[in-house]
Design a protein. Structure first.
Ligand SMILES: [Zn+2]
Length: 355
């Protein structure tokens, strides 16, 4: 006690207020309420229900008013503005991303903001084309599938189950160039040898497992303050098999549980990290004659636009549920208010219940 009293005040503040970190997880590409937190879906998300929701503030109505394509919707979540670009174009978001606000306002290095993204089509999500931002101010982007392709080129093992790039347009092969994390950096930055990476990939059953494996390595070795992980396995629903869709949800639930555990056990994250989990949007209703139910997200009906948000960890009230409508674009202003940067061009409003 004596030593604590005689330490300078700035050292006490540093000791008692560890640096705030935020991890954002997008819960699969398109998940409906009825297969997740609604009573009939809760059996599919045992980890969220038992481990996370009791410790979380939960919002039952998050409305996405934008375009329901995965890249453009995830980019909108990351800018706080409904982006309007073609979902299948190799373009950057037009409005500044949360990563740029964070790094510019707080003067953070590139090692402090990272994205782990599910498909090559997301390679430009880390940095906008906005003239006051962009250009070296964004997040570093890891595309685990691209790393695996590079690591196994010429190899005999079949990794096809991990390499399928997206579930909507199998023939879309985006132009990947610039900004993304390269294979050669695995060893240098993540302290993971290409051989270990390849060997470990053999034991993984899905692309999202590969993403979480990389994310955990990143947490251990780099410990970024702002980490964004986009999960995508659920979008296998486009193939039309309900069982695969449910399997995707159950896996995503399990991986969220693993990330929550990692946050609580990694010394750099334990006690100072807030976790946000939300789907990018829902999927079509079974009742809409214009769609095929869970298979797609084409009708733009209320069910496909309405989803949920779970916030847990540092500074967040436990076991609280709010039914008021929150907007998808509220995420970035909330992160800004929480971490101390100003997302001046974002459209949404900070979600006061978690601040
Ligand atoms: Zn989809």
């Amino acid at each position: 006690m004596g030593t604590a009293l005689f330490r300078p005040s700035w050292a006490r503040a540093a000791a008692f207020r560890p640096k705030r970190k935020v991890v954002v997880v997008t819960f699969g590409g398109g998940a409906r309420d009825q297969e997740t937190f609604m009573p009939e879906g809760q059996e599919n998300i045992p980890h969220l229900m038992r481990e996370l929701i009791p410790q979380a503030t939960f919002f039952t109505q998050v409305v996405n008013h934008g375009i329901l394509g995965h890249y453009v919707a995830t980019a909108s979540l990351a800018t706080g503005v409904y982006e309007t670009f073609n979902n299948f174009a190799a373009v950057s978001p037009q409005s500044p991303t949360v990563f740029e606000y964070f790094r510019k306002d707080l003067n953070r290095p590139s090692s402090d903001a990272w994205v782990v993204a599910p498909s090559n089509g997301f390679n430009r999500i880390g940095e906008s084309s906005h003239r006051s931002y962009g250009m070296g101010l964004g997040a570093r982007v890891i595309l685990p599938k691209r790393l695996l392709t590079a690591a196994t080129s010429g190899g005999s093992h079949d990794y096809q189950h991990l390499l399928r790039d997206n579930y909507e347009t199998p023939y879309f092969t985006p132009d990947v160039a610039g900004g993304e994390f390269e294979l050669q950096q695995l060893e240098r930055i993540l302290k993971l040898s290409v051989d270990d990476f390849r060997t470990h990939a053999e034991t993984l059953s899905s692309p999202d497992e590969l993403s979480v494996y990389i994310a955990r390595q990143l947490m251990r070795q780099v410990a970024p303050s702002l980490l964004w992980i986009t999960l995508h396995d659920i979008d296998v629903a486009h193939a039309g098999a309900y069982s695969l869709y449910i399997e995707g949800i159950r896996r995503t639930d399990r991986l969220c549980g693993e990330l929550w555990k990692a946050i609580q056990t990694e010394p750099e994250y334990a006690g100072n990290t807030t976790l946000f989990i939300l789907p990018d949007f829902g999927r079509d209703s079974d009742d809409d004659a214009g769609g095929n139910g869970f298979q797609h997200h084409r009708t733009g009906d209320a069910l496909s636009r309405t989803t949920w948000l779970l916030v847990a960890g540092a500074g967040v009230r436990e076991n609280a549920v709010f039914d008021r409508a929150v907007d998808s674009t509220d995420l970035v202003p909330t992160l800004g208010a929480m971490m101390g940067f100003n997302p001046s061009l974002a459209q949404g409003k900070p979600i006061s219940e978690v601040l």
